[in-house]
Each structure stands twice: as C-alpha cells, then as structure tokens.
Ligand binder design. Sequence first.
Ligand code: PLZ
Length: 447
Amino acid sequence: MTESAVGGPTLPQERRLVTEIPGPGSLERLDRKKAHVADGVGTTLPVFVVAAGGGVLVDVDGNSLIDLGSGIAVTSVGNAADAVRRNVHAQVDAFTHTCFMVTPYDGYVDVCAALAELTPGDHAKKSALFNSGAEAVENAVKIARVATGRDAVVVFDHAYHGRTNLTMAMTAKNMPYKNGFGPFAGEVYRAPMSYPLRDGLSGEDAAARAIDVIDKQVGAANLACIVIEPVLGEGGFVVPAPGFLPALAAWAKANGVVFIADEIQSGFCRTGDWFASDHEGVVPDLVTTAKGIAGGLPLAGVTGRAELMDSVHVGGLGGTYGGNPIACAAALGSIEEMKEHDLAARARAIGEQMHARLEAIAVDHDVIAEIRGRGAMMAIELCAPGTTDPDPVRTAAVSAYCHQHGVVTLTCGTWGNVFRFLPPLSISDALLDEAFDVVAEAFAATA
Ligand code: PLZ
C-alpha cells in the first residue's frame, strides 16, 4: 500500500474500518515517531496516512477515514485535487526553485494577480508571498509599521496568529502555544473580542468596548494596526456579532490605523464566500492568506492597498522560499478548482447540511450551548447544561469516539470545549451525512 498509493478524487469514497484505530501498522510507526520526532510535535489522531482525496484519508492499515478537518482548513479543494496535481507535476518537471528575489518567474506574479482579483475591495492592490501563515502575519505587521511610522499592534481575546515570536505574542492562549517560550515581542496589546454567546453584546456595543480599551491603553496615535480574524479559528470559530467588524474597520480608517484581516483559516471559499470579510462587506487594508490557498502546499500571502504595500523599501520583504514555484503552481490549480466547481457555493451547501444535522443532535444533548460558524467553517460549543461553563472533558470524549469510529475531527477554543468541522469542499453529501451519523452516535455514547 505504502509504495503504490494513489490519492485524489477517485479514491473510493467510503468509511472503512479494517482494524482498531490506530491499527498495527500505525502503532509500529508511532514507536518510530516517538524515537525520532520531538515530543513537542503532537498528534491529534495517531494513524499514518498513505493516500487521501475527496472526503477520505486512507491509513497504512487500509482504514479509510472520513475527513472533517482538511488538515486544519488547508485541503479545501480536496487532497491531491486534479488541477493541483496537474500543475504541480508540470512545475516539478520544469524547475523547482530559483528564488523569486534572484530571478523571477510567472507563477508568483500570477498568484499575486489572482489575490488582487479575489480579495475584498476593488482598489489597486499588490501582494508579497511567504511560506506560512505566521510569516504572512509578521510581514503584514512590518508593512503596517513602515506605512504608519507607528509601533503598536492590537489583537483580540482568543486570537490565534501563529507560533513565531511576534505571532506568539499576538496569539492569546498560553497552553500549548506560548508556555515557557517568552519573552515575547513587545508593543502587542489585546482588546476584547465580540463573543455573542458569552457577552451578549451587539456588534456596535462590543466594538465600542474594544475601541475604549484601545483608546485608553494604547492611543490611536501610537497604533500601527489592528489584526483580527473575521471568524476566530483556533480560538473557537466565534463569529462576531453583526456590525462589530465594520465598526472597527471604520474606526481604524478614521484614525489612520491599518486594518488587517487574518483570513488564513477563514479565506478561500471556506466560509461560503471567497473571504469571511465579504459577508459584512468589510474591506480590509491588508489581508493575510495561507492554508486553503494552495491545496496543501506551503504558501502564504499578504495582499493590500498598493500604496501601503509599496511603503516598504526595496529588499525589505522576502525570504528564500517565499512564493516557491511549485507552491504557486498548486495555488493556481486550487484557485482554478474553486472557480470551476464554485466551491464557495459548495461551502454554503455543506454548511446548511452540517447545521441541520447539528440542530437535530442538539435537541437531545443540552451540553451543546451553541451552533455557530459560516459555511463549511462550523462548530459547536459544549458547556454544562444551562450555563456557559466550558465542558472540555465531554468535548474530548466526543472527539475521541469519532476518531475510533473512523471520522477525523478537531477541537479548538480557549477552553478546549469547541468541536469544529472543516470538511474538504470536495466531500460528498453521503459521506458528510455518514460522518454526522458518527457524531450523533458519539454524543449518545458519551452522554
Ligand atoms: N492565523 C487565523 O488559523 C494557523 C495552527 C495549527 P501557520 N492555524 C492552525 C497549530 O497548532 O500550529 C493560523 C491561523 C490563523 C495564522 C495561523 C498560522 O499559520 O501556517 O500555521 O503558520
């Protein structure tokens, strides 16, 4: 199996369990992992994968698992999607690297042109490409600082922006992301996020509360940028109350502050539109992208107002691999798949199907305090019935049941009590339904 595995959309679309999870082949490999890979690199579901495509992952033991995680919102077009595979093969055969800063090539420029077309707003835009989401966030902050001549960065409660030094400072949650890794970069300030389940505030009131904190604790004159996830990712798939994002964006504009949308998890059709900012007509000054952009290859971007992007001196932005030609070829393939199959519409349909299933489950299980999300970025928050006291124990139990029964699920949230669903947009209705049969069983079995 390992030698000749072929993934992609033609892989049999079925949940198939032929061993316990993990099976003997995976267990053997977990011992090797333990011997050679640093313990700090964790594992959510300990099966070793040999092929994936459509809506399934196949492991070394021949188990076929339904994927509700997309490798954390990355393989939105599906694993080994046709256009991605075709473009990557062609690019590997032509050349693998030159370093765009040494000798340029078309793929990089083509991706930047596509980003200008697809990101919110019809102003003149430019982009720079990087390798990871964290690197994109770091560079967005660099650009905002040069453009404004100011230092301070405002982020929000429950934010996740990465694991590098600056982005650890920007990320809210201590364990596992920050604990012991300080000291962190300075001039990062945290404002309260709109969290409707927990604060009950309207978007306008939540924005006024955040702006008051920014005013009193930072001061607009010192503030380079506000960085915000339009739908929280790792922090729990919280959708801010309507009006929150537009009010913050308007305040930023009025005060010469760069408004940066971190669309690394929410972007590229995931929420049922090209970008989550589109749902409320918010036009960010800069947008960071990664994950879903390239169908699984490492690529990230910062896209924004041309005059902001061009405020940085020549040579001030870059990196050896940023915008690698193979990753750019994959991105062009994945954008082609998204357009051709209207994956934004598919994300909306998947969202409706998931919402209906979750509503039915919630009728019998009052541990589900809220169903929320947009499109195919959906979650449920688990709390002690009738309260907002987080229930991470039940959340972990439900997720573990799904894993043992062949469904790849992820949790998130500041308290670890959010069960999130991020299926590839290439999943079939039937497979998605079967996955939610297992989720329903998981709630019944752990009640
Ligand atoms: N911004 C909004 O979601 C990555 C992290 C997984 P990188 N989220 C998954 C983990 O435990 O490391 C993310 C994100 C948002 C930035 C990032 C960072 O992107 O590509 O992981 O650096």
